[in-house]
Every structure is written in C-alpha cells, then in structure tokens.
Design a protein around this ligand. Structure first.
Ligand SMILES: [Zn+2]
Length: 128
C-alpha cells in the first residue's frame, strides 16, 4: 500500500481523525463537536457540512444496544441490586456515547463531502 492510498488519506481516515475532507491537514472541529468555519490549511468552506442528527442516531443505536444487551445479560445471570446496575451502566453509557460521537460526526461529514451530497433543492427550468 503506497502512501497515497493509506488510511490517513482516505475520506474515512480523514473523517475519523477530524481532519479536513479535502486536504486531510486542517482541523475540522473547533471544540468538541462544533465545526470551524473553514479549513486553516486549504481554505475549504465548511458551510456545506451538516451531519444533522446522523451521529446521534448511530451513537444511540450502537451504544444503546451495547449497554442494554450487557445490562440484560447481567440481570439474567446475576440479578444484582439496582444501585449496582446504575453504578455499572451510567458510566458505560457516557463512554459509549461521548467517545464515538466526534469520530462519527467527522466521518459523516467526510463522507458527505466526497460524493458532494447535499440537501435536495428545486431548480427552475426557465419560465415553464
Ligand atoms: Zn483543508
């Protein structure tokens, strides 16, 4: 695998690393989840980027599935008291939701940029 096709240069790699989807050098995020206005390296305007609720949906479905599955297995096998469920699953919920949220948002924005995906718009065809 050459350097040109390494994971870092692929849209998936750029998105997961929180880098500019065009150049892969500039940062995508300003804070934890807020986007910069543009790339500091190549100047790409990030106004096209709108991941919407996509990252939250993936986090809820995947993270929620993991936590619910583990909680059900634990309840069926050990029947622990409720305070132990809370002590186990509340920190895990924070970990499985907050940790991948930025990764998934960067990934969705990178995947939005490459095929030039955008919100549908109506176009007029002359006066007809
Ligand atoms: Zn850039």
């Amino acid at each position: 695998m050459t350097d040109q096709s390494s994971f870092r240069t692929l849209p998936i790699g750029r998105g997961l690393r929180g880098r500019c989807p065009r150049c892969g050098e500039g940062h995508l995020f300003h804070g934890f989840l807020s986007l910069r206005k543009n790339c500091e390296s190549c100047g790409l305007d990030y106004s096209f980027a709108d991941a919407g609720d996509g990252p939250a949906v993936f986090v809820i479905l995947i993270g929620g599935g993991i936590v619910v599955f583990l909680a059900l297995i634990t309840e069926v096998m050990y029947q622990p008291p409720y305070w132990l469920h809370a002590a186990l699953w509340l920190p895990l919920i924070l970990i499985v939701t907050l940790a991948p949220l930025r990764l998934i948002k960067g990934l969705l924005i990178a995947l939005q940029y490459h095929p030039k995906a955008a919100e549908g718009r109506l176009e007029r065809r002359g006066d007809v």
